[in-house]
Design a protein around this ligand. Structure first.
Ligand code: OAD
Length: 231
């Protein structure tokens, strides 16, 4: 029998139980840093050292984190389903948990790229885990300063087209740990086929434009409940 396809949209809450800060919860990253300073092209041009050090710090933290049970349960679902993950997260915890189909919408923390042509694939490279820092003066292949391979506010989201296409393949749609505040990612639910059941795992209320089954739990406990609902 053909495997059903589960399309999963994840956000920062997916990695919260791994100890990675969310953005908009109390104590989240955007309470500690100004978005304009560290997540916009304008912030980068104003103070590349501040931005470089901010992402160096995030990389050093990520090295110490491990996938949570929720990440692992998603990976094990691949035994019975085609699982297609679309993540807003820049961490690599889905991959480290064993998921094989992960589309990053907002970039990847361990990748760096040219500040002149950030989306040119030939400019993108992956930093090693044991040397995660970038310095001012470190150059991309085209001679420009290396910048984080992160989609900043105000920049295009190159992976949104493939993400929209994936959504159309969903037999089941699952959303985990995102406040659905940031577009275009938050609009992806609208591309789920008519009649496709949508599940949402989040301990908090989330304003969602579609009718969903809300599993009001954290990612790991919520994944257990989701799996029990599938069987
Ligand atoms: P937010 O911080 O906006 O939302 C996190 C969501 O996770 C909230 O709805 C929380 O209730 C939920 N949450 C908290 N703990 C959880 C847990 N243990 N299990 C499950 N859910 C939990 O983060 P995102 O929606 O991912 O973009 O933010 C979207 C984008 O905004 C990010 O990708 C980032 C940010 O600015 C860029 O940096 C471009």
């Amino acid at each position: 029998m053909k495997k059903k396809t589960i399309v999963v949209l994840t956000g920062a809450g997916m990695s919260a139980e791994s100890g990675v800060s969310t953005f908009r919860d109390s104590g989240g990253l955007w309470e500690q840093y100004r978005v304009e300073d560290v997540a916009t092209p304008e912030g980068w041009y104003r103070d590349p050292l501040l931005v470089t050090n901010f992402y160096n710090g995030l990389r050093r933290q990520l090295v110490t984190k491990e996938p949570c049970e929720g990440h692992r349960l998603l990976a094990t679902l691949e035994q019975d389903y085609n699982v297609r993950i679309i993540t807003q997260n820049v961490d690599d915890l889905h991959e480290r948990a064993g998921s094989t189909s992960v589309l990053h919408l907002h970039g990847e923390l361990f990748k760096v790229t040219s500040s002149r042509n950030p989306n040119d694939p030939s400019q993108i490279r992956t930093l090693p885990y044991d040397a995660p820092d970038v310095k001012i003066g470190d150059k991309a292949a085209d001679g420009s300063q290396l910048r984080p391979f992160i989609v900043w506010f105000g920049e295009p989201v190159p992976n949104i087209e493939p993400a929209i296409e994936l959504c159309g393949d969903a037999d089941i749609f699952l959303v985990i740990g995102t406040s659905l505040n940031v577009y275009p990612a938050a609009g992806l639910l609208r591309y789920a086929p008519m009649g496709c059941p949508i599940y949402l795992i989040d301990p908090a209320d989330v304003h969602c434009p579609m009718s969903v089954t809300h599993i009001r739990k954290g990612a790991s406990e919520g994944m257990k409940e989701f799996i029990s609902l599938l069987s």
